[in-house]
Every structure is written in structure tokens, then in C-alpha cells.
Design a protein around this ligand. Structure first.
Ligand code: NAI
Length: 718
């Protein structure tokens, strides 16, 4: 699905007839991408009616007029305007009806796909009779509907399994995946792969052959194994059983859409396509008005808005980064380097104290490219080209032409200021210096700079290649263009970027602080590690707070906790006792050392190490009730988020919620901590927090922002 802006006047669907073939082109004038709206549907129907009646037309070739997009999906604005399940069901049934006419069109239709072909766009292509796609990286084909809490409701749940088999179809539909053209071709989603310049010609040729009576022969993919898996009823039952189990494991039952999609597919295969379509539309209707879908759509809109947000008012356009300098080729530096090359295709120059470390850093950066090659996200040719972009040394040679330099050296003010001074001597006059610090104020680092206006924070999360968020932190003297440059480059690295105030913990670590801190209190009161983690997971977090501490590294966590307590000691108070420091002293640093709260073997978490309780000086004996554990973890975080928003740490509730979802996996179906607060209502939260404060201390005292919302009956989101 995609958004459609103002109304159009020029027709979106045009066609020409030559030699018995109608070439139809879809091009929504004034829009970046094609989307299917009601108006477009009407034009489609009029076009196909005219072509059906025209005896000179024997077949149709369908193309997009956009340079890099086929059809991005159905118009999401129309979708959000739906107010009842019945209305949504009708929208789905209308779409099915239109595509049914396409599928039964008396003359064959071949489509030529270049660019994204998603959701309703792919459902349209599925209804056509032959699919040609370009083998270009921009060509992405799939059914991402479940990511918006709905299902493919225009026949996708019926036609895809019939084309590629139940297993492959479920794999795509239930995860809301899209695939590059080569994979789509292997799976049988498209019939032919071509280079972009000959797409139109090949599509036209296919239409001609179809007009002459030729029909593509489609083999069932996967041979005997494929047949055993889903070519026979028993195998198919097993496929559905497995898929259902996996969905429940992945979603914890919090997301209804994948299960509903599974039902739509299964029902259709059992009762035939017509019954399947009816069930698909019904389920679409039910899902469209769920709270989960609403939340996921809000996140979709928020991320889209953020993609266009320069992050700062009245900024001159960003400097285009072609050469990136990285100082410190350790864990984070190499992650940033590899991701920058893979995503933004920039020339990267790394520097570290000695050549051995640089070599190690380059290898680690290269591992990110190796992974992409292995997953066939890039070709061997692209791989060779990208690897050649990585270089490094133990001097600043090459930094003289870097528009942007990011440091990821040790977390010490002195070291960071030192490298800043050194590199500033060689940077170009307009070069930007960014620090990846997680705890040091950017303004402090910038005190060492000759040009503090070009110093900024770019706080990446680990592992850099996988974590989708980037916090950009202007210091007190940072100029707007430095901000827009950092934001634009972060986006080119594929990150969702929020601009955050230069205050301790920035946004993500700030709101995580009370959540992680509460672990100590809960353990001291006799809660078990498993109980704490499992309550958070049940709420929808990807991992619980204890596991999170192990992942971050307990040494790092202590450092961050120290900074947070110094800054916010009035309300972030550590539990009495030995605390995590005792674990670090015993050599337990978390996953990276194989032992933290949990034990790790061969990269896998193996369970709690009971001796941890002894080291911490606590005894699990039931502890607080599960509901209270959860309340303390979550409301502590919500309280801090509200307080930090009030201080202006993030620009808006939108940025705060997106930061929490993409930064540490706050459950998307709850919309983020501030959206969640709105759902609970400030009054109720304040009452609950006051009660917790009475029993457990001032750290739970509700912040002024929440009190004000409770008094006025207002919300974070208007
Ligand atoms: P690391 O220890 O893996 O890497 C630091 C690298 O900097 C080492 O290779 C070291 O040799 C090099 N280095 C130290 N002094 C240098 C100098 N004067 N010139 C050149 N190179 C020098 O550390 P890591 O984990 O990569 O952290 C780097 C920075 O990123 C720190 O500021 C940390 O707070 C921040 N950070 C770390 C995260 C994490 O999860 N590890 C997450 C977000 C930020």
C-alpha cells in the first residue's frame, strides 16, 4: 500500500494499439509512484471494457509509466478512511471483482514489471496471464499487507498459492516479505527476467505470442519434495500446521493478520477459489478495523513522514557524502563502515591505532558484504565493486576529502577530543565530524573543535547492519546544515533517523534506563530472572530486560547506568546491594563473554545460571506478582518517555514512539510508549504510578507532563 496525495486531472491509464496489441500504460501524473485507488480502478475498468470490445485488439501489454516503480500497492488513504468491517469487506470484494475481470479478460494480458510491485500491484500482476520482470535491484515483488495488520485482499491469498505452491506463498504472505526479481523468478512468481532496457519489447513480444495461442508451461517448482510438501493433501496439512506454529512463535499471538491470511489461503485451497475469495474479503474486513492494524498503519505513516523530514528547520540542503572517514575500526566502526558501503555505496577510509586493528576492522566490515552476497542481496560483481570501496590505514591519509567523518573510538572524552583535534587538521573546510558516543555530551566533545558548528552526534545501535534506528544529536553550536547532512546520510545508510537533544542517554538509553534499572529492584524483591524476562516478552518486547542487558554487555550497561544515575539520580535510583558490578567482577560480561545473567553456548542462550543469584546476593522466592512486574517495567518507561518529551529530548511523540519501536523493539502493535500512554489514559497511569510510588519510592512519582495530561484530560497525540 502507498499514499496518494492530491486529486489528479489527467488520466492515469492510457493506451495505444499497434499490430493487434494494445500497450496500456499506468502513470499517475504528479505522483512519485503508482497506487491503485478507486479512481484508478474506474479507469482500469473503462480501459479494459474498451479493449474487450475492440476487434482489432488481440492481446494486451501492460506497463508502468514511472521510471522506477510498477505499482506500489493500493491507496492507503482510502484504506484508513474505512470506518467499519463491512465497508472494508466491500473494498476488498470490489478489488477482487476488478481483478477477476482481468483474470477472465477474453484477451491475454502480459505485464512488464520494473520497480516495486507490491500488494495490490502484485495482486494485479497475478491476475494477468504472463509476467515479465527486470532483474534490477529496484524491482521488488511481494505482498507486504500483514505488515499493516491486514491481508492481501484482492485475491492474493488465492492466486499466489495456486501459482507457486502453498508453502512458498505462505512464506511470503505471512511475513509480508518482498523479494528481488531473481528470487521471484526462482519461486515462479514471474515468468521471465530481462534487463531493464528491453522490458517493453519483451512484454510486447509475449503479448503477441499469447495472441497467437501460445501458453506458458509452468512446472510445479521443487520437484518431488515440493509435491510431498504441498502437492498432496497430507503434505499440505503439515505445511499449514507448521506455518501456524511458526506464526504463533514469532508473533506471540499479538498479531491477528498472519493467522487470518493463513486461514484465507487454507480455506481457498480446500473449498475452491470463489469460496476462498469470499472468506478472504471477510477476513480483510475484520482485520482492517482492528486496533493492531490502526497502530501499524500509524507507524507506516510516521516512518514515511520521517523519510522526508530534514530533521531541522530552515536547513540548507545537505552536503552529499561521497567519501566517509571512520576513526576506530572496532566493533561499531567496522559495522558503520560495512553498512555505509553496502547501503550508500560510498568510499570508506578507516583509521585505527595500528594496521592490525585496521585490517581486522576491514574484515569485519567486509563480513557485512559477505552476508549480503550469501543471501543473494547483491551479485558477485556488485560485491567485488563494494569491497573495493573499503580501505584504511594508521594515519589520516585520505581524510582530506571526506565530507563526513564518524568516530567510534573508546568511550572516553579525552580520546574523542584528541581524535577530533587530529582529524580536524586534515578535514576539508566543510567536513562534518560525527561522534558515535552513547554517553558523552556532544557539546563537550565539540569544545575541542576549531569548528564546533560541524560537530554532531550520530548514535548507531549494535549490530549496525541490522538495527534500523539512528539518533542524530546536534550539540549546542552545531549548525543546521551539519544536521541535515547527518540526517540525509543516515537515511542513505537505510536508517530511520530521529533528531534528539544533547542530553544524557539521548532518547533511547534515557527511556531504557528506568526499565533496565528496575531489574535490580525486582531481583532484590525475589523475582526470578525468567519471570522478569517472560513478562516483558508477553507484553510484546522482542526480549526481556535481563536478556537485553546481556546483549548490550554488562560492562557497557554499568557505564551507561552510572551516567544516567548521575544525571537523573532523583528518579533513577539503583537497587541496594552488589548489583551488576558483581557479575562484571566475576568476568560475566553478557553474551559476548559467554556468561552474564544467562549462559551462552555456541552463540545460543542456554538458560539462567543460578549462581548469579548468589553473586548478586538475592534469592528468588516468587517476588512480586507477574502483573506488578510488568507494570513496574512498563510504566517506569512510559513515565520517563513523557518526562523526556516534555524536556524536548525528541521533537514530537511521533519521533519518540518511532525511536522506541526501532531502537529496542517496543511492541509495534502498541504503537510506542506515548501512544500506549494515550490508550491507557494519563489519569489511570498517574493513579497507578502514585500507588507504585507509595509502595516502592519516589522513582515512580508521575512526571509533571503526565499529571498535566491527567488534569486536562488531554493526550500526547491530538
Ligand atoms: P571497540 O573497542 O570495539 O572499538 C574502539 C576502537 O577504537 C578500537 O579498535 C580502538 O583501537 C580504536 N581506537 C581507540 N583510540 C583510538 C585512536 N586514538 N585513534 C584511532 N582509533 C582508536 O568499541 P565499540 O564497541 O566499537 O565502541 C566505539 C564507540 O561506539 C564508543 O564510543 C561506544 O560508546 C559507542 N557505541 C557502542 C555501542 C556498542 O553496542 N558497543 C553502541 C553504540 C555506541
Amino acid at each position: 500500500m502507498a499514499t496518494l496525495a492530491p486529486p489528479r486531472t489527467a488520466p492515469a491509464v492510457t493506451w495505444e494499439i499497434s499490430d493487434g496489441i494494445a500497450t496500456v500504460v499506468l502513470d499517475l501524473k504528479g505522483q512519485a509512484v503508482n497506487v491503485i485507488s478507486r479512481a484508478v480502478k474506474d479507469e482500469f475498468l473503462a480501459c479494459f471494457a474498451a479493449l474487450a470490445d475492440d476487434p482489432s485488439v488481440r492481446a494486451v501489454a501492460f506497463l508502468s509509466g514511472k521510471p522506477d516503480n510498477f505499482i506500489a500497492g493500493a491507496d492507503i488513504e482510502e484504506f484508513v478512511a474505512l470506518s467499519s468491517a463491512a465497508e472494508a469487506e466491500r473494498l476488498s470484494a470490489d478489488g477482487q471483482d476488478m481483478l477477476d475481470r482481468v483474470a477472465r479478460f477474453p484477451k491475454p494480458i502480459a505485464v512488464g514489471i520494473h520497480g516495486s510491485c507490491l500488494g495490490g500491484g502484485f495482486e494485479f500482476a497475478l491476475a494477468c496471464h504472463y509476467r515479465v520482470a527486470t532483474d534490477h535491484p529496484k524491482t521488488q515483488i511481494g505482498l507486504p499487507e500483514v505488515q499493516l495488520g491486514i491481508l492481501p485482499g484482492a485475491g492474493g491469498c488465492q492466486r499466489l498459492p495456486r501459482l507457486v505452491g502453498a508453502r512458498a506463498a505462505l512464506d511470503m504472505i505471512l511475513a509480508g516479505k518482498s523479494e528481488r526479481a531473481a528470487k521471484a523468478f526462482r519461486l515462479g512468481m514471474v515468468d521471465e527476467l530481462v534487463a531493464p532496457p528491453i522490458l517493453a519489447e519483451i512484454t510486447l513480444g509475449a503479448a503477441k505470442r499469447l495472441a497467437g495461442g501460445w501458453r506458458p508451461k509452468r512446472k510445479r517448482r521443487g520437484g518431488l519434495l515440493g509435491f510431498l510438501r504441498d502437492g498432496n493433501p497430507l503434505g499440505r496439512r503439515l505445511v499449514f500446521w507448521m506455518a501456524r506454529k511458526q506464526v504463533l512463535e514469532r508473533t506471540g499471538g499479538n498479531y491477528p493478520a498472519p493467522l487470518a491470511a493463513l486461514e484465507a489461503v487454507e480455506y481457498g485451497l480446500r473449498h475452491g477459489i470463489n469460496e476462498g475469495l469470499r472468506r478472504e474479503a471477510q477476513l480483510f474486513g475484520q482485520l482492517a478495523v482492528t486496533d493492531v492494524s490502526r497502530k501499524l498503519v500509524q507507524i507506516f505513516f510516521a516512518t514515511n513522514q520521517l523519510k522526508k523530514d530534514p530533521g531541522v528547520a530552515n536547513a540548507p540542503p545537505p552536503v552529499r557524502v561521497q567519501r566517509l572517514g571512520i576513526i576506530g575500526s572496532g566493533f561499531m566502526g567496522s559495522g558503520i563502515a560495512g553498512t555505509a558501503v553496502a547501503q550508500a555505496e560510498v568510499d570508506v577510509r578507516m583509521k585505527d591505532a595500528d594496521l592490525a586493528r585496521v585490517a581486522q576492522g576491514i574484515l569485519a566490515a567486509r563480513a557485512i558484504l559477505d552476508d549480503r552476497l550469501k543471501r543473494r542481496r547483491i551479485t558477485k560483481f556488485e560485491y567485488a565493486r563494494l569491497v573495493a570501496l573499503l580501505s584504511g590505514g594508521d594515519t589520516y591519509a585520505g581524510f582530506g576529502r571526506a565530507e563526513l567523518t564518524i568516530e567510534a573510538v573508546f568511550e572516553e572524552l579525552g580520546v574523542k577530543q584528541q581524535v577530533l583535534r587530529e582529524v580536524e587538521a586534515v578535514l576539508p573546510a566543510s567536513g562534518v565530524f560525527a561522534s558515535n558516543t552513547s554517553t558523552i555530551p556532544i557539546t563537550r566533545i565539540a569544545e575541542a573543535a576549531r569548528a564546533p558548528e560541524r560537530v554532531i552526534g550520530m548514535h548507531f545501535f549494535s549490530p549496525v547492519a541490522k538495527m534500523p534506528l539512528l539518533e542524530v544529536i546536534p550539540g549546542a553550536r552545531t549548525e543546521p546544515q551539519t544536521v541535515s547532512t547527518a540526517v540525509a546520510f543516515g537515511r542513505r545508510m537505510g536508517k530511520t533517523v530521529i533528531v534528539v537533544q544533547d542530553s544524557p542517554g539521548f532518547w533511547v538509553n534515557r527511556i531504557l534506563a528506568p526499565y533496565a534499572n528496575e531489574v535490580g529492584h525486582l531481583l532484590a524483591e525475589g523475582a526470578s530472572i525468567e519471570d522478569i524476562d517472560s513478562m516483558a516478552v508477553r507484553f510484546g518486547f522482542p526480549v526481556g530486560p535481563v536478556t537485553l542487558l546481556d546483549e548490550v554487555g554488562l560492562d557497557v550497561a554499568i557505564k551507561v547506568a552510572g551516567v544516567m544515575q548521575e544525571a537523573y539520580g532523583d528518579h533513577i535510583q539503583p537497587a541496594p546491594g552488589a548489583g551488576v558490578a558483581a557479575l562484571v567482577k566475576a568476568g560475566r560480561l553478557g553474551r559476548k563473554s559467554g556468561r552474564g545473567f544467562y549462559i551462552y553456548e555456541g552463540g545460543k542462550k542456554r538458560g539462567v545460571d543460578e549462581s548469579v543469584y548468589g553473586l548478586l546476593g538475592v534469592h528468588p522466592n516468587g517476588g512480586p506478582r507477574p502483573a506488578e512486574i510488568l507494570q513496574r517495567l512498563v510504566l517506569g518507561m512510559v513515565n520517563e518517555a513523557a518526562r523526556a518529551l516534555g524536556e524536548g529530548v525528541v521533537h514530537s511523540p511521533r519521533d519518540g514512539d518511532i525511536g522506541a519501536i526501532f531502537g529496542f523493539g517496543f511492541p509495534p502493535f502498541r504503537g510506542g510508549p506515548l501512544r500506549y500512554a494515550d490508550d491507557l489514559g494519563a489519569e489511570r497511569i498517574v493513579t497507578d504510578l502514585e500507588r507504585l510510588a507509595e509502595r516502592h519510592g519516589a522513582r515512580f512519582a508521575p512526571c509533571e507532563v503526565l499529571r498535566e495530561h491527567a488534569r486536562a484530560g488531554t493526550k500526547f497525540y491530538a
